[in-house]
Write a protein that binds this ligand. Structure first.
Ligand code: NAD
Length: 379
């Protein structure tokens, strides 16, 4: 069950809207600020897609959704939130401006997560003059409402207690938090993805393959392996009976062969963009982004459900978490049924409707970070 009472989302683009959808579908009220006049429509589209995906995961019905409110300012959005997720464009100056404003107006005990793909939290929290100790990077993967991983990274001023609270907050909405042990740019996920992305750009630029052929090489082979075991465990098995040691002995020398162009970066110019984008348009065969999103979501749900039945029914990897998460949501959904029935019965009576009882005050876990600050201020 979620331990978040009220969330705020600052930025409602691809990622911010994904956070909003996950939070709402967990029954959490969210207040959002995004200056884009189209933000409401875009967030609505993403939430619609998320709802559609969750209906496949929960044929028995979804929990009662949280309420979404569009705020006019950051101050208004964060005023009574205990969890705030920042998802504005990846520019340090903008992150500084937005985080300073969040920090100035958010309750002192609220945890602030940043969706940044690669900026170090130490470089961002300098803009937070009141409570920099409660900033963590909470780096998600798109689509945020389905992919469970969130990389948590603390900066030099982040308190360890804030990281612990953030772990609990993210886990309470069905996510798999992994704390990155040392603060580096791009963390772990994007460091790997950037390496693969650079190689992919080279391979297409050099005419070795098209974008479609490259994607086929990935999704008909190691992409399937990665989804269920990752890289190291897959290679352990690839080493045969002698496992990882044999694998390393066999392929170790290749590290020195010209198998990677990683040290070089392809020149980023209009020609490269045209080459990749044109081939990508052809690959889509006329499917719109929204249609591709639905295909992607259906496939992700199917993969996680298949994995949830593995390992003698206990689930494997993301499938084991998926099993727990869908159970948690089903429990939450079961709660709404009697209330809904009671409300209907009440409405049917010729007397005035009873006022909805106020939401019970839950102890805020985020309060721990504030307490920790008082008792353990770093030098
Ligand atoms: N797209 C991805 O796959 C991905 C994955 C993980 C993390 N991220 C990170 O998430 C963050 C957001 O990326 P995105 O892809 O959603 O970008 P996006 O361009 O889709 O959305 C950014 C949103 O922020 C809004 N915005 C701009 N200025 C703002 C302000 N001052 N206050 C509030 N909102 C403001 C914009 O109107 C827009 O809706 C970035 O830090 C990015 O690195 C992106």
């Amino acid at each position: 069950m979620s331990i978040i009472n009220k969330a705020a989302a600052i930025g409602g683009g691809v990622i911010g809207a994904g956070w909003v959808a996950r939070l709402l579908l967990n029954g959490i009220d969210v207040s959002i600020f995004d200056p884009d006049p189209e933000a409401s429509r875009k967030v609505g589209e993403v939430t619609k897609g998320a709802r559609r995906a969750y209906k496949q995961m929960l044929p028995g019905g979804l929990p009662k959704e949280g309420k979404l409110t569009f705020a006019k300012t950051i101050a208004e959005a964060v005023a009574d939130a205990d969890f705030i997720q920042e998802s504005v464009p990846e520019r340090l100056d903008l992150k500084h401006k937005v985080l300073a404003e969040i920090d100035a107006h958010a309750p002192a005990n609220a945890i602030v997560g940043s969706s940044t793909s690669g900026i170090k939290p130490t470089d961002m929290q300098v803009a937070m003059k009141k409570h920099p100790e409660r900033l963590v990077v909470g780096h998600p993967f798109n689509p945020v409402y389905l992919l469970p991983l969130v990389e948590i990274v603390g900066g030099e001023q982040t308190f360890p207690e804030a990281i612990e609270v953030a772990k609990e907050l993210y886990a309470s909405i069905g996510m798999k938090p992994v704390v990155v042990r040392k603060e580096i740019e791009a963390f772990v996920g994007d460091r790997l993805l950037e390496a693969a992305w650079r190689e992919a750009l080279w391979l297409v630029k050099d005419g070795i393959c098209t974008v479609e052929e490259l994607d086929d090489i990935m999704r008909y082979s190691f992409g399937l392996r990665w989804a269920q075991m990752g890289m190291f465990q897959v290679y352990r098995v690839a080493g045969g009976e002698a496992g990882m040691r044999h694998f390393m002995a066999q392929f170790g020398p290749c590290l020195k062969w010209p198998w990677t162009k990683l040290m070089d970066v392809p020149e980023f110019n209009d020609e490269l963009v045209d080459l990749i984008a044109t081939q990508s348009d052809e690959q889509a065969h006329g499917l719109s982004i929204r249609e591709l999103e639905r295909i992607r979501d259906d496939n992700l749900v199917a993969i996680m459900e298949a994995l949830s039945r593995q390992n003698k029914g206990k689930g494997w990897g993301a499938g084991a978490l998926h099993k727990d998460y869908t159970r948690q949501l089903a429990k939450l959904a079961a709660k709404k049924t009697p209330a809904k029935a009671a409300a209907k019965a009440e409405a049917a009576k010729p007397v005035k409707k009873a006022a909805k009882p106020a939401k019970a005050e839950k102890p805020t876990k985020a309060g721990k970070a504030e307490k920790a600050k008082k008792s353990k201020k770093k030098g």
